[in-house]
Design a protein around this ligand. Sequence first.
Ligand code: GLC
Length: 654
Amino acid sequence: MGSLSWKHARQPVFLSITLGFNGMTSSPSSRTPSRAESLRQRLDRHWPTAEALLRRLYAGVPDVEDWLVRMRNVVSTAALNRPAPLAERDDRRLAEPDWFQRSNQLGYCFYVDRFAGTLAGVQARLGYLADLGVTYLHALPLLAMQAGDNDGGFAVADYRAIEPRLGRTEDLTALAQAAHGAGMALCLDVVCNHTARDHAWAQAARAGDPRYRAYYHVLESAESVAAYEATLGQVFPKTAPGNFTPEPALARDGGQAWVWTTFYPYQWDLNYANPAVFQEMLEVLLHLANQGVDVFRLDSTPFLWKAPGTACRGLPQTHWVVRAWRALLAIAAPAVLLKGEAIVDPDDVVSFFGRDDATGLPAANECHLAYNNGMMTALWLAQATGDAAPAHALLDRLAVRPRQAAWITYVRCHDDIIWDALAALIPQETLHRVSAFYAGATPGSYALGAAFQADGDGAPSTNGMAASLVGLRPEGRPGEADTDAALARLLQLYQVTLALDGLPVLYMGDEIALTNAPLAGLPAGEGRWLHRPDMDWNRAAERHDSATAAGTFHTALRRLIRVRATLDALSGIEPARPLAGLPPGILGFERVGARAVLCLANLTGQAVTVSLPTTTDAWRDAVAETAIDLTALPLGPWQTRWIVAAGPTSEVAP
Ligand code: GLC
């Protein structure tokens, strides 16, 4: 590439090479031999994995052999069309495969329009993010979305176009380039489980085209709908009950038709039993990867495959689809990462990192990243109950994560907090109590959140910005007792999260303790917009002013981020190990490493003194930079400490 432009060669490059099914022979081409040679190596290494998975998934499909050849050609073409700066970036990333696990990594998640209006607006705010220490941008859905209701962009009308309100394809590549230049990776959602009802495929299906009808799950009798419903859960039991939507336009021969819609009626689940669907989504991934996207958040990952008589969540075939994408991306865009969005039972989430087929043990062959929704939920629960035990138990369970894969750790995101994801660990009665607590509906609760919905008798999930859930009033000022307590709780959630193993992702506005969106103007029935306010740039302007809540919090959080970057043990590789023998209200875990870190958090509003057995008295609080006595360590209300052995310290950036 002569310039920095990442435009694709219009003509597929593979026309100039011969791609044999058993290998690839390069012939004279405009590409350098090393490019073709490295493609050949990656094909040798990853194609057998992809092929085996695809054969498992699509064995009975007619013409599968031809289709496999086409798949190989599709990835080879994408590999050869990969813009040179991105191919070079791949090489650099592959030379440091743990880059996303390092303790200097920090994510930031935002809706483009709410954060900065447009993609160009986001680009203009990179300096703000860089100052905070952000190295990973997760822009929530920004592809062309269905007009009207679109679930915040999670109803995609065109995977090849940017939502016009937000910008154009050029703005996305420009943002990717600018982000890369600023040392940041770009993560985008790929809404792979469903399309919008007005996506061209769904439109063609409704117009009677059988090819596109076969892209979706269409049921033709009330009995078959009822049979499936008998074993399915519900994601939006109140706002979108059931999993099927009548769609007369799909009916044949005067019959009836229902389309599978796990989420909203306008989100049509794709049929991954059809290899054409697998291919379409693969091509979307390859296309976006070659625009400069570094990480794909695979939306609603557990739901991809359906089988009668099951809950249709996390079926083996779902894992094979994701593993096949990973192997194919490893050929075409080798440094690109997959992030699974599976907000399910913690043991099931671990399965999205992958498994070794032979042993059944966890292996890093599926998603590089997955949300640690378990610890996120357990931390909120811990603050509400003052009981660290569930979080400790969870840390033990989560330690099976393969070391080459990492958690996304977080305090809040754009979705509700789903208490039921902990149903296998925590009694229902406790989950209901905590849900009511965060809705501000129990005596003594400080929380300013709202209950959302629950499946069956489960505890209703919770909506609200982190700052509101810890009880911060929008106008709260430091020095007021309730404001100070709320800020201490918010800082604790972030200090613990930043010390867990994983890539921490801040949710937009949390860095300035932004509270809930104003109630007036929220869409009726969809409570999640409570925690999707516009970024308050006036509040952000106060971020260095210690007389404000925003300033107090931003200063403290920014310091934690900087200290974390100097503590290698806080990387995402070795898991956090819970400490035994602590009082019930104290959460404690160790992060091993050349210089181990202990994280101790007082989950209660009462000051306590803890005593840990130690053979040395040379300990320091890494944040306060003070010597401490581990045998008599005071912890104030909601205070957290990162404790390291005394010794030479790395310099913390200003
Ligand atoms: C994911 C998104 C959520 C969306 C759903 C359906 O869970 O995070 O916001 O409603 O998928 O696309």
